[in-house]
Design a protein around this ligand. Structure first.
Ligand code: 5GP
Length: 201
C-alpha cells in the first residue's frame, strides 16, 4: 500500500487521444504528476527530450533494465518504451496521484506490481475514427500508421482487463470522465488512511 497515493494507468491505442486528454486534465490543476517515459523511438518534430520522453539508444535502454531502473517496459512496434522506477516510487511515497500513459503490456505488468493501481482504457468511438485521427496527425508514415492500427486491434481486445473504459468522442466529456474516476478513487476507504486515523483518535 502506498499510503494515500494513487497510481493511475492510462492506456489506449495510438490516436485515441491520451496526450490531449492528459493535457486538458493538467490544465485543471488537480495535483496530478506524470511519469516521463524512456524510449528508443526517434523524437517527433514537436517533441523535447526530458519533457515528452527521455530519448535514448537501445544500449542505454537495455542498461537501464539490467540495472533495475525500470518499473516496467515493453516493445511497441520496433521500439522500447518504459517507465523509470525512482520518480514513481518517490511520488507515491509523497501521496501524489501519479499518471502512467502506457500501452497494454506495460499496464498488465503494473497491475501485477501494484494491485491497487487504477487502470483506465481510453478508446476511440470506433476504428474508422481512430484511423482518421492517426492519418490526420501526420506524424507517422503510411507503414507506421498501418503498424499502429494493427497493434490497436489487439489492444482493443484487452479492454476487459481494465477497471474503467472511457470513450474519447467528445474531448471534454472524456476529460470529465477521467477526472471523475480519479476523484472517486481518491475517496475510497482503502486510500483514506490519514482521515481514518484522525476520526478515530
Ligand atoms: P508513441 O510512439 O505514440 O509516443 O507511443 C507508443 C505507445 O507506447 C503508446 O501507446 C504509449 O502510451 C506507449 N508508451 C509510452 N510510454 C510508455 C512506457 O513507459 N511504457 C509502456 N509500456 N508503454 C509506453
Amino acid at each position: 500500500m502506498h499510503n494515500d497515493g494513487l497510481l493511475v494507468v492510462l492506456s489506449g491505442p495510438s490516436g485515441s487521444g491520451k496526450d490531449t486528454v492528459l493535457a486538458e486534465l493538467f490544465k485543471l490543476d488537480i495535483g496530478l504528476v506524470q511519469s516521463v517515459s524512456m524510449t528508443t523511438r526517434k523524437p517527433r518534430d514537436n517533441e523535447k527530450d526530458g519533457v515528452d520522453y527521455l530519448f535514448v539508444d537501445e544500449d542505454c535502454f537495455v542498461s537501464a533494465i539490467e540495472e533495475g531502473k525500470m518499473l516496467e517496459y515493453a516493445k511497441y512496434g520496433n521500439n522500447y518504451y518504459g517507465t523509470p522506477k525512482a520518480p514513481v516510487d518517490n511520488w507515491l511515497n509523497e501521496n501524489k496521484v501519479v499518471v502512467l500513459k502506457i500501452e497494454v503490456q506495460g499496464a498488465g505488468n503494473i497491475r501485477k506490481l501494484y494491485p491497487d493501481a487504477v487502470s483506465i482504457f481510453l478508446t476511440p468511438p470506433n476504428k474508422q475514427v481512430l484511423e482518421e485521427r492517426l492519418r490526420n496527425r501526420g506524424s507517422e508514415d503510411d507503414e507506421d500508421v498501418r503498424r499502429r492500427l494493427d497493434i490497436a486491434c489487439s489492444e482493443l481486445e484487452r479492454i476487459c482487463e481494465y477497471d474503467y473504459v472511457v470513450v474519447n468522442d467528445d474531448l471534454m466529456d472524456a476529460v470529465r470522465d477521467v477526472k471523475t474516476i480519479i476523484f472517486a478513487e481518491k475517496l475510497k476507504v482503502s486510500r483514506r488512511n490519514k482521515i481514518l486515523s484522525e476520526v478515530n483518535k
